[in-house]
Every structure is written in C-alpha cells, then in structure tokens.
Design a protein around this ligand. Structure first.
Ligand SMILES: [Mg+2]
Length: 359
C-alpha cells in the first residue's frame, strides 16, 4: 500500500475516532504529535502528564471538570458571553448536543445574582448579548475583518514571490464567520430566546441569505485564479453544499463547487487540508477558530491548554494564519464548557460567571 494512502487511513482513523467518542481525542493529542511529527508538542505533553499526576483531579489536558481551580493559571481575559460550538459550521459529531450550546440565550444575567441564588435566575429578554450586538453594530468589528483581509493580501503577495515549489499555490478559507456572516441567525435565536437546534440552523443555511464578512469579497476578487486556487474548508454539513454554493454565488464570491470541502465524517479539517496539499502549496489559511489552522486543536484541549498550544504557533498569526474575530461561538467556548454538550443553560451561565476574572 502506498505510504501516502496509509497515512491518510491513519489520519482518518484518528479523526473518525475523535468524533465518535464522548470525550474525543483526549489522548489523541499525543497521537497527533506523533503522526504529524509535531516536535514542539512532545515536551508540552510531558509537562502536562506530570502535572496531571500531581493533581489527580484533572486529566493530562488540564481539564478539571469545572472544579474550582479549573481556570487557575489561565491568562487573563475579559468576559464573554455567548456560545455556540466548535465551529458553527456545526461540528456535527455533536449535532444535537452542540445545539444546546448554540443557544445564545443567555448569560450574564442580573448582576445582583450570586452563586447561591443562581437557581432562581430567569433568562429574560432584558438581557443583551454583547457579542452579537458588537458584530452587527460596531464599525470596529468590520475594521478588524478588513484588517485581517488586508494582511492576507499582503502576505499572499509576499508568499507568491517566495514560493519555490512547482505545485500551484492555494489558499484555504473557512466559511462561517470567515466569509459568511451568520449573525442574523444568532440574533434571531437570541431574540426568540430559543436554544440552538440543528433544524433552526438547517433552515437558516438553506435560505442562503448570509451576507459576506467585510473585506472577504474584495480580497477574493483580487486573486488571480491562474496563480492561486481558492479552497473553502468548512464544517457545514455536506448536505448544505448546494445552498452554500447558492449563497456564495448570490454574493458573487469567486467559488468552484469542487473547491468547497464540507464536513462528511470528521470535524477535523486536517484530512481535507492534507488532500489539498497533495496537489497544491497552501500559502494561507483564514478562519475564526483555531481548528481552522492546525490539527493540534482537534484534540479538545482545555481552555487553559489552548493558550499554550496557540502560543507555540504565535509566529504564524498574521503570517500564514489569518484570524477573523468571532465572539459568539467557537472552540474557545466549547473548551470553557469542557466539551460537555449536555450542559444546561444554567450550568453554562455558572461557568461563564466563574470564568470572569475579577479583582
Ligand atoms: Mg468559522
């Protein structure tokens, strides 16, 4: 069997396994480090393991199942609200579960509520979701998107000049919250105080009415198709291929149906990236979620561990990796929830409160 095929099978197995377990990929980061020969992960994994031995309450990924010190040592961050899952492009392996997460309903709540009275919280429409509000109403959000795409243009130009391989150049973009704006879907859920359901998401996607993220179309239009192949790698389900294509065509975004790679079996995008790299040299990756860039985030790392993994790649951001802002959902939030897609709204609310760093 050719080596390449074997490695694809191995990757598929790992990725497939990851999507079928309850707490996927727990030990698979080590496997990923091994399979992709990611040297820098190995010392980190060692440290994690010895820390885990010292502290039986957590697994070696730093997941502590929401015990009190769960967030200790996490770099300071400001508060967030809403939710969603890994990739609103629903990681369907969690389809049902994720949905719950998606529900933006909430959080924050009334500042007078204390932990002991949390059970009495009513999630009311008087609360505001600042994530959605910001995306839809701040020029600053749009400015950040333009900033990302302006850097992408600059880097692409540079990388084309430096490119040595004989393969054709390619760039890979995520779709949701990278090229397509789904904030109306989130706003509707919030206004109706609805929880996320896959039916609601399917309905929105089938409408094919998402607008483009600021800067995306200008960037994509500027690309010479003779020189650079554009791929879209998204975790929208494959059943939404036609609607997705239709949406992009309405927006007059350059797209070929065969270059849209949606999710079939695995939420990990690595297999799809590997397939592309067989024939193309990938110069840039654009996305709003760290799983859009590297398989190391596929292992469901804890929130704290995500920071460490991200730091190992810090030189790539604004270079090969171009990150778009998304305060509303993503792996950052799934990680806070410890990838538990069964949490109630109240439990998520508690985690949100506990995750705020006060003084
Ligand atoms: Mg996305």
């Amino acid at each position: 069997m050719p080596r390449k095929l074997i490695s694809i099978l191995v990757i598929s197995f790992i990725a497939g396994f990851s999507t079928s377990c309850d707490f996927p990929f727990k030990s698979n980061l080590a496997q990923i480090a091994e399979d992709y020969n990611i040297e820098f992960l190995k010392p980190i994994l060692k440290t994690e393991e010895s820390e885990a031995e010292k502290n039986h309450s957590g697994d070696h990924f730093g997941n502590k199942h929401h015990e009190e010190d769960h967030y200790k040592g996490r770099p300071p961050k400001h508060g967030h609200n809403s939710h969603h899952d890994e990739d609103h492009e629903l990681s369907s392996h969690h389809e049902l579960q994720d949905h719950e997460k998606h529900g933006h309903s909430s959080h924050h709540g009334d500042s007078s509520s204390h932990h002991h009275s949390l059970e009495n919280i009513k999630f009311s429409k008087h609360q505001v979701d600042y994530g959605i509000l910001w995306v839809q109403n701040s020029a600053e959000y749009s400015a950040l998107c333009h900033q990302a795409y302006n850097i992408a243009s600059l880097k692409l130009e540079q990388k084309l000049v430096q490119k040595k391989s004989t393969k054709k150049a390619a760039i890979i973009l995520d779709l949701d919250e990278t090229v397509l704006d789904n904030s109306p879907f989130q706003a509707k859920l919030f206004l109706n105080q609805d929880e996320y359901t896959s039916e609601a998401w399917d309905h929105w996607v089938e409408l094919a009415e998402a607008e483009a993220i600021p800067g995306a179309k200008t960037f994509l239009d500027s690309i010479n198709p003779q020189k650079v192949e554009i791929f879209y790698v998204s975790n929208r389900h494959i059943k939404h291929l036609d609607a997705t294509l239709d949406n992009m065509k309405k927006l007059e975004i350059p797209v070929k149906k065969s270059n849209i790679l949606l999710k079939e079996n695995s939420s990990s995008k690595e297999i799809r990236r590997k397939l592309i790299s067989e024939n193309y040299e990938i110069l840039l990756l654009l996305g709003d979620n760290l799983i859009d860039f590297s398989p190391i985030f596929d292992a469901h790392p804890s929130s704290q561990f995500r920071y460490r993994l991200m730091e190992t790649l810090h030189d790539e951001f604004g270079d090969k990796f171009i990150v778009l802002p998304n305060p509303n959902y993503g792996q950052w939030l799934s990680a806070l929830h410890n990838y538990d897609y069964e949490l109630s709204r109240l439990e998520k609310y508690k985690i949100a409160r506990e995750s705020l760093l006060s003084f």
